[in-house]
Design a protein around this ligand. Sequence first.
Ligand SMILES: O=C(O)CCC(=O)C(=O)O
Length: 219
Amino acid sequence: MYGDGDVMYGDVGHTHYYAGSPAHPSCGTTNLHLDISDATNVMVYCSVAVGAEEDEEMIRETVKNECCEQTYWRCTSSTPLTVGAMWHIYAAGDTDKIRSFLSKVLEERGVQQILGTDPIHDQLIYLDSDLRRRLHQEHGVQGWAIAQAVGDAIFIPAGAPHQVRNLCSCIKVAEDFVSPEVSPLRPHPLPVSLAPPPTARSGMCQADRRVSTSLRQTC
Ligand SMILES: O=C(O)CCC(=O)C(=O)O
């Protein structure tokens, strides 16, 4: 994001993420946050350290606990796929409920919240399994757990809160773009001007072209 006075502009372009896995299951690689533009995120590399069988077991257990049977089968079949990252994505429409929940969690942890700060935009919290269960029980909010292996593209709609936990060392390439269909969901409270608004078709083509250019440059 970059700004001009009190108008913020979307920083549409591609981003590369290079990161290992956080040591503790209640920590994320990227805490819960949201972006004002849509994004596509493609995993181009992931690797478990040679001889680290316990990491492979941890990945299988995580996928077994969090994902559907078909995904579990993908990482246990005869030609297993290594799942490099677990994503949790929530509907943009649930943002206010999630914000209230995060404020409550910060209060419980004795963190003083300063006026004008925001627990989602400030990326303060990773929702571990316990917090995800509480969010469901206390606010009726459930997201989607998505396992990402090499070659998988994750689509993140604008305004949708999301978080990532790498399960091993990963490289991902992401491309931001603006689709007019979701622009009314632009998150509050940032006054945003995304100019010029592309048409749906040109927006998608632009994103496709940028992702493939970016992948060509990376691989
Ligand atoms: O891969 C990650 O750790 C973060 C990705 C992300 O948040 C994004 O692409 O918006």
